[in-house]
Design a protein around this ligand. Structure first.
Ligand code: FUC
Length: 929
């Protein structure tokens, strides 16, 4: 066998030139205007856009990352620590329910102030703002409009985004003669959230419970012929209206007491009137990420288009739509420029004078206004309801030829050769404590700056800037035979037909999404990255820290996007400050702590409910990211100035927080939770893995930095006292201190395997027994899961070195989204609903199949799936400061080239073969295998 090491001259890895695998998502049709996840994302880390690419009407829904609900405030419940001993004791005594009840009352975070609900309700119940009483059968509703009823996901989905308050609904039905004298059942199933339901003016029911609403309508309330149903729906927040059944084949309706089969369906347009759309604020634990607005373009006369194509080019970060209509070829380009700090849309045609359209701005925020600034510019202003933030956005159109007029607040362009639209946006957010920025000035200045340059210059600067990051890595898997197939069809067939290059595209898409949602200097990528169209998005589109936020950053180091990690470090450094106060108020402890969620305002206290909101390991997990960044980059300045202070402070917290379990004598984490599974407990395995990882890394860091010897010793002493990983009666890795795992549970979280990935205390080399047990646990849990759960399992199976199993999970992640995890047409991860973590976890998982470096060596092709017999990668990063290029054929490694950033000793391992050699900083080493 030919195994040689050649020392090369220093060379910089600019990998992208290497392969020309087609890096495009493309579609032969525009996005369905009603399906947001059909649209293609663009983003510059600060502004995000979703491009629909419609022909007659195009929509670019956009975001600015600092537009959130809420305001700076203290999230901590003062003095919560006074209840800590009692909660601990209840848990040690096996009284989980009592512990949860006490914690629910005394240990949850402080909510935002609520408005006066009762006073408001009294007013709307007293028919304030109405002429007459809509409950009465004789009320004249001729002037009311109609709304389709029901809407399971809320009236928001029927075009009423942002509507909360008191809304009246009215409809009628004809009483069949044979029902005369009978009591009827009015089955409305679900109403969001409180209703007052009348039949012919008589109140027949009212509840705010989510339970099915089946009201008895007494025969005495009914009249012959036409009967009137009137419902006053009260909705304070989020989804509203008559929701009916999730299964739309089941109808809401009315029927004689015993026989639903005879029901008269009430699924139809109902008359409605908004009585009051200004309900009082509700108390919230944390804030929601907000949509900003919509840029809408109308193209009169664009009919019967041909040769339509919509694509996202990952190599240039540009979306393009093109088509022919009326004999003219049209082409639009859309991108989010980081150097220009704006979204840009360029319209061109293949004949002069053919660009005519109307451009307008809108926003789902109630009360948003659009004003005309000058002949070419309009501005949108908005305030977040009940919140501290305002947003301002500017739109300017620059033309080549043609003319522009303003009609109302629209810009009307006719007969241009080309047009370029520049969209800027800003808020008054400065920091989590300061909202004094001038949104209008920031947005206006950005606009003036970018519009002073030509479109070509702006575009070139964008591509150059983006490629600085994107081109550090390239990947080719298999031969690219399917790129001529539209992405939606590839998604349909990925689980059935071999298409390894689709997996390569998915990796690069993950990198694209990270560059687009998390640039140095911006906020960290949230649950939806930077893309959100809803005022009340799922889980607030905030930062869930018991896996989701961290998963967003799994690809950052390994896929050579280290600078994109920066926003997570900034976020964490804020959390160290707020979390220090939480550590004091809740645990009377030094250091910092973070529970299972945070938001723009850096909340660190427990939220939601005591059975899962009290989870203490966020600080340990985020500290892990600082250490990993150091391992990959070997940047000692970063270790000293940024990583160590964060890690040390977190270690101080756990050092004080761990207590002795009276039964076992081990040190345990309590109260806590094995994420979202099993309620409030003492000693979940995951916590101990995380804390050991933190202690170990902090010890290591303090040695490298030659500091804190005493503190290091105290951690070293504690390490062996922490409750160890245990193998249970079914051969599983125990999720809890006690051997009580339910082996039939298919719960989406498999947190107790954290030590396998992203941790590494459980591995084949040093702890094979535990590795087997962890594997057994994962087998019990099964493959199915939400998007992020599938993505985590890909990484687990890669660490178990089972490439075939890992690839099966990738097939599940890359299947069309249905009721369980998969991907939307734009390849956004579906929890469902959309959550971006799975995109990042999935991309990292593919890397994990191909190279691993968590031990003291670089493991090459450790879990190569049979579906990827051939491939080539350039620019993959490994711990120790190495950048790896490798190629393989027919399932066998062919060659590697390792670039050494730090001059460390390098050990390469491929199966049972090992190559080790010293390296010099800045040099590359080729090995043929
Ligand atoms: C955790 C998960 C959910 C979801 C949410 C954002 O609560 O358990 O599945 O991903 O975060």
């Amino acid at each position: 066998m030919n195994r040689k090491c050649i020392v090369l001259a220093a060379c910089l890895l600019t990998a992208a030139q290497a392969f020309s695998q087609d890096l495009k998502l493309w579609y032969a049709a525009p996005a369905d205007p009603a399906v947001w996840t059909d649209a293609l994302p663009i983003g510059n880390g600060r502004m995000g856009g979703m491009v629909f690419g419609g022909v007659r009407r195009d929509r670019i829904q956009f975001n600015e990352e600092t537009l959130w609900s809420g305001a700076p405030r203290d999230y901590n419940r003062q003095g919560a620590y006074r209840y800590l001993p009692q909660i601990r004791q209840l848990l040690f005594d096996g009284k989980q329910k009592e512990a949860e009840e006490l914690a629910e009352k005394r240990f949850m975070g402080a909510q935002s102030p609520a408005g006066d609900r009762e006073a408001w309700l009294r007013r709307v119940r007293a028919l304030k703002g109405l002429n007459g009483n809509p409950a009465l059968p004789g009320y004249n509703d001729d002037a009311w409009k109609e709304m389709p009823v029901p809407a399971y996901e809320g009236w928001e989905t029927a075009g009423f985004e942002g509507l909360d308050g008191a809304v009246w609904f009215r409809t009628t039905f004809n009483l069949p003669g044979s029902w005369n004298g009978k009591d009827l059942v009015l089955d409305l199933n679900r109403i969001r959230e409180l209703d007052f339901t009348y039949v012919n003016g008589k109140l027949i029911g009212s509840t705010n419970s989510p339970d099915p609403r089946k009201y008895i309508v007494p025969a005495t309330a009914l009249v012959k012929g036409r009967n009137v149903i009137a419902i006053q729906v009260i909705n304070y927040f989020d989804k509203g209206g008559i929701a009916g059944y999730k299964d739309t084949t089941r109808h809401i309706g009315i029927y004689p007491g015993t026989d639903p089969k005879q029901a008269i369906s009430l699924v139809k347009p109902w008359k409605y009137l908004v009585q009051d759309s200004d309900p009082p604020a509700i108390a919230r634990y944390q804030a929601d990420y907000q949509p900003f607005g919509d840029l809408t373009l109308n193209f009169p006369g664009h009919e019967k288009e041909e040769r339509y194509r919509r694509e996202l080019d990952l190599e240039r970060a540009i979306v393009t739509t093109s088509y022919t209509a009326g004999g003219v070829g049209y082409r639009r380009e859309y991108f989010a420029s980081q150097p220009g700090d704006a979204l840009v849309v360029h319209l061109a045609a293949d004949q002069p004078g053919k660009i005519s359209f109307r451009a307008s701005l809108g926003s789902p925020h109630r009360g948003a206004t659009v004003t005309r600034i000058d002949a070419h510019t309009i501005a949108l202003s908005l305030n977040v309801k009940h919140g501290a933030l305002k947003g301002v956005s500017h739109l300017r159109v620059k033309l080549n030829g043609g003319k522009i007029t303003a009609s109302g607040n629209e810009l009307v362009i006719s007969g241009a050769n080309e047009a370029t639209l520049y969209l800027t946006a800003a808020t008054n957010f400065r920091s989590y404590r300061d909202v004094s920025a001038n949104a209008n000035e920031i947005s206006r200045i950005a606009l003036e700056k970018i519009t002073a340059r030509s479109y070509e210059t702006v575009k070139q600067a964008h591509v150059q800037d983006y490629q600085r990051y994107f081109n550090t890595f390239s990947i080719r898997l298999g031969t690219d035979t399917a790129s001529a197939t539209p992405t939606n069809l590839r998604l349909l067939s990925f689980s059935k037909r071999p298409d390894p290059s689709f997996a390569a595209l998915y990796v690069q898409y993950g990198r694209y999404l990270l560059i687009s949602s998390s640039r140095p200097g911006t906020q960290a990528a949230n649950l939806q990255g930077i893309w959100n169209d809803l005022l009340a998005p799922p889980w607030g589109s905030k930062y869930t820290t018991n896996v989701n936020l961290e998963m967003n950053y799994w690809p950052a180091e390994v896929l050579n996007l280290s600078p994109m990690h920066e926003p997570l470090f900034n976020l964490t450094e804020d959390l160290v400050k707020t979390g220090t106060e939480t550590a004091k108020q809740y645990y009377n402890a030094p250091g910092w702590v973070l529970h299972h969620n945070t938001d723009l305002w850096r909340g660190t206290a427990p939220i939601n409910a005591s059975n899962h909101g009290i989870w203490v390991s966020g600080a340990a997990w985020l500290s892990h990211h600082f250490w990993e960044h150091y391992l990959f980059t070997q940047d000692e300045t970063f270790l000293r100035a940024r990583a160590y202070p964060v890690m040390r402070s977190a270690a101080r917290f756990y050092n004080s927080f761990l207590v002795k379990d009276p039964k076992t004598g081990w040190l345990v984490s309590t109260p806590s939770n094995s994420p979202e599974n099993g309620g409030l407990v003492a000693g979940p395995a995951m916590d101990h893995q995380l804390i050991r990882d933190l202690f170990k890394n902090t010890i290591e860091a303090s040695k490298i930095l030659e500091t804190d010897a005493k503190f290091r010793d105290s951690l070293q002493k504690k390490m062996p006292m922490i409750a160890p990983n245990q193998v249970g009666r079914a051969g599983q890795l125990q999720e809890w201190l006690e051997d009580k795992d339910d082996t039939a549970s298919t719960h989406r979280h498999v947190s107790h395997l954290w030590g396998v990935f992203p941790g590494n205390e459980i591995n084949w080399d040093e702890s094979a027994k535990l590795m087997h047990a962890a594997r057994q646990s994962l087998l019990f849990r099964g493959d199915e899961g939400t998007g992020w759960s599938l993505a985590w399992k890909i990484n687990y199976w890669a660490r178990f070195k089972d490439g075939a199993h890992a690839f099966n999970l990738l097939k599940m992640l890359l299947r069309p989204a249905r009721s369980i995890g998969g991907s939307y047409l734009n390849l956004f991860d579906a929890h469902p609903p959309f959550q971006i973590d799975g995109n990042f976890g999935g991309a990292a998982g593919i890397a994990e199949m191909l190279v691993q470096s968590q031990m003291s060596y670089i493991d090459l092709l450790p879990a190569l799936p049979p579906e990827i017999p051939d491939g080539e990668i350039k620019g993959l990063c490994a711990r120790g400061g190495f950048v790896v290029n490798l190629s393989w054929k027919k399932g066998k490694l062919v060659s590697t080239e390792v670039f050494s950033k730090a001059g460390n000793k390098c050990i390469l391992k491929y199966g049972s073969q090992v190559q080790d050699f010293s390296t010099e900083k800045g040099k590359s080493y080729i090995t043929n295998w």
